[in-house]
Design a protein around this ligand. Structure first.
Ligand SMILES: O=C(O)CCC(=O)C(=O)O
Length: 321
């Protein structure tokens, strides 16, 4: 009886992503040809939790024209920034039975640019990606070239961003599939970013497991080893690589239909809170993003319920019903 009830719950959960998709998930990420008003942004995108790419929203930012490697080298080349270094480009990702975090190096931004331009070598893969408002904290000189927030988004959301982050990295640097509790306005200054997306309603397809956290340590000879973070609690993370999903381990993912979009220089991507995203980039892509904390409303509570049911039934590991 209990097993039959559990199977019934699994069946409902397995039908949920497609039902939700038919009602509210677009096949492709739509474009807006200009920034929305605060009302339009809230009503048409934030409330329904829908992504879009906004063109002509950054044209007035000096950064769009100014941020070449030579300008960055001249203005902030000697400024030290925190750089994530990994052997394979995957920072904050599952590796074997560990959740592994990058080695963190303090390097002058000019040294990172030298590596990106092939003028110098550094072991591993470099990614300037510290998500603690690194633009304001580490590169405040560059704030003159951008807006400190997105005015129509701040007005719509009734708050200022929690973080303004600067991203610059090698093509091999990949951000593994995850979700955040932020309304994310992601602005590409040069190059392009490739997003693979799943709406929160795809949670039944997406496996989570608990991992012992570890950090890469880099030795003087440039080799890497993983060192366990013994004092830290286990971390729930997604073991699935959506570009090469292991369908034997996670057969349910066969039914998933990720959305793909490319955000080009001068475009701003609205990535709604709780959407799963996996991110790749062109070599040397420069981006800035704004994280606005989400509203912890009924949408959030429904997501939490979905998450608990998926964990309890371990659906992603089951064969499709
Ligand atoms: O650009 C990236 O590599 C990752 C971006 C991301 O995960 C985020 O903004 O939440």
């Amino acid at each position: 009886m209990a097993e039959a009830a559990l199977d019934a719950v699994r069946k409902h959960l397995s039908e949920f992503p497609n039902a939700a998709r038919e009602l509210s998930v677009p096949f492709t990420v739509p474009y807006l040809e200009g920034p929305p008003t605060p009302l339009q942004f809230y009503r048409d995108w934030v409330c329904p939790n829908r992504p879009c790419i906004i063109r002509n929203a950054l044209q007035h930012w000096p950064a769009l024209k100014k941020w070449t490697f030579s300008y960055l080298r001249a203005t902030v080349g000697s400024t030290e920034v925190s750089v994530a270094v990994t052997p394979d480009g995957y920072a904050d990702a599952v590796c074997g039975d560990r959740f592994v975090m990058p080695a963190e190096r303090r390097l002058p931004l000019g040294a990172v640019i030298d590596v990106l331009e092939g003028k110098a070598c550094h072991p591993g893969v470099l990614y300037v990606q510290k998500q603690c408002s690194n633009l304001s904290c580490e590169l405040p000189q560059l704030l003159l070239d951008v807006e400190s927030h997105v005015p129509w988004a701040s007005e719509a959301l009734g708050k200022m961003p929690d973080a303004v982050n600067f991203w610059l990295g090698e093509e091999a640097a990949v951000t593994s599939l995850h979700k955040d509790h932020y309304e994310n306005l992601y602005c590409v200054m040069s190059g392009e970013k490739h997003f693979l997306l799943h709406p929160p309603s795809d949670r039944p397809f997406i496996p989570y497991e608990l991992y012992t956290p570890a950090t890469y340590h880099m030795s003087a000879d440039g080799s890497f080893k993983m060192v366990d973070e013994e004092a830290m609690e286990k971390i729930p993370w997604i073991p699935l690589d959506p570009l090469a999903p292991d369908l034997v381990r996670f057969p349910f993912y066969k039914q998933a239909q990720p959305l793909h979009c490319t955000v080009k220089a001068g475009e701003m991507f609205y990535l709604p809170a709780l959407w799963f995203h996996h991110v790749r980039q062109s070599h040397g892509c420069i981006a800035v993003n704004f994280w606005y904390d989400m509203e912890y409303d009924l949408k959030y509570s429904y997501y939490q319920l979905l998450d608990s049911l998926c964990k309890t039934t371990d659906l992603a590991r089951m064969d499709p019903l």
